[in-house]
Ligand binder design. Structure first.
Ligand SMILES: [Zn+2]
Length: 68
Protein backbone atom coordinates (compact mmCIF):
# COMPACT_ATOMS: atom_id res chain seq x y z
CA UNK A 1 0.00 0.00 0.00
CA UNK A 2 2.72 2.44 -0.79
CA UNK A 3 1.23 5.00 -3.03
CA UNK A 4 3.53 7.65 -4.31
CA UNK A 5 1.80 10.49 -2.63
CA UNK A 6 3.45 13.51 -1.23
CA UNK A 7 4.26 13.11 2.39
CA UNK A 8 1.99 14.65 4.93
CA UNK A 9 3.10 17.88 6.55
CA UNK A 10 2.97 16.15 9.89
CA UNK A 11 2.90 12.54 10.99
CA UNK A 12 -0.27 10.62 11.65
CA UNK A 13 0.98 9.89 15.14
CA UNK A 14 1.36 13.54 15.92
CA UNK A 15 -1.99 14.29 14.39
CA UNK A 16 -3.68 11.78 16.65
CA UNK A 17 -2.39 13.28 19.87
CA UNK A 18 -3.15 16.83 18.92
CA UNK A 19 -6.24 18.52 20.22
CA UNK A 20 -7.76 21.91 19.79
CA UNK A 21 -6.60 24.20 22.62
CA UNK A 22 -9.99 25.89 22.63
CA UNK A 23 -12.45 23.03 22.86
CA UNK A 24 -10.14 19.99 23.24
CA UNK A 25 -11.63 18.31 20.21
CA UNK A 26 -9.49 16.26 17.85
CA UNK A 27 -8.20 17.95 14.74
CA UNK A 28 -7.99 16.68 11.19
CA UNK A 29 -5.64 17.50 8.40
CA UNK A 30 -7.09 19.52 5.52
CA UNK A 31 -4.51 20.48 3.01
CA UNK A 32 -1.80 22.22 4.95
CA UNK A 33 -4.04 23.16 7.83
CA UNK A 34 -5.30 21.38 10.88
CA UNK A 35 -9.00 21.85 11.32
CA UNK A 36 -10.70 21.38 14.65
CA UNK A 37 -13.62 18.95 14.46
CA UNK A 38 -15.33 20.80 17.27
CA UNK A 39 -15.13 24.53 16.69
CA UNK A 40 -13.71 24.44 13.14
CA UNK A 41 -10.82 26.71 13.94
CA UNK A 42 -7.87 26.19 11.64
CA UNK A 43 -4.29 25.89 12.72
CA UNK A 44 -1.42 26.25 10.34
CA UNK A 45 1.65 24.09 10.17
CA UNK A 46 5.08 25.62 9.95
CA UNK A 47 8.06 23.45 9.12
CA UNK A 48 6.19 20.36 10.26
CA UNK A 49 5.18 21.93 13.54
CA UNK A 50 1.52 22.59 14.11
CA UNK A 51 0.85 25.98 15.61
CA UNK A 52 -1.76 25.02 18.16
CA UNK A 53 -2.24 28.45 19.63
CA UNK A 54 -5.55 30.13 20.19
CA UNK A 55 -4.16 33.48 19.17
CA UNK A 56 -2.81 32.05 15.92
CA UNK A 57 -5.91 30.11 14.99
CA UNK A 58 -8.01 31.09 12.04
CA UNK A 59 -11.64 31.52 12.84
CA UNK A 60 -14.17 29.38 11.00
CA UNK A 61 -15.67 31.12 8.01
CA UNK A 62 -19.24 30.45 9.00
CA UNK A 63 -19.43 30.94 12.72
CA UNK A 64 -21.94 28.71 14.37
CA UNK A 65 -22.57 29.41 17.97
CA UNK A 66 -24.68 26.80 19.64
CA UNK A 67 -25.11 27.92 23.16
CA UNK A 68 -22.93 29.82 25.58
ZN1 LIG B 1 -11.86 23.55 18.68
Amino acid sequence: MSQARESLPISQELLQILACPVCKSPVELRGDRLVCQGCARRYRIEDGIPIMLVDEAERPEAPEQAGS
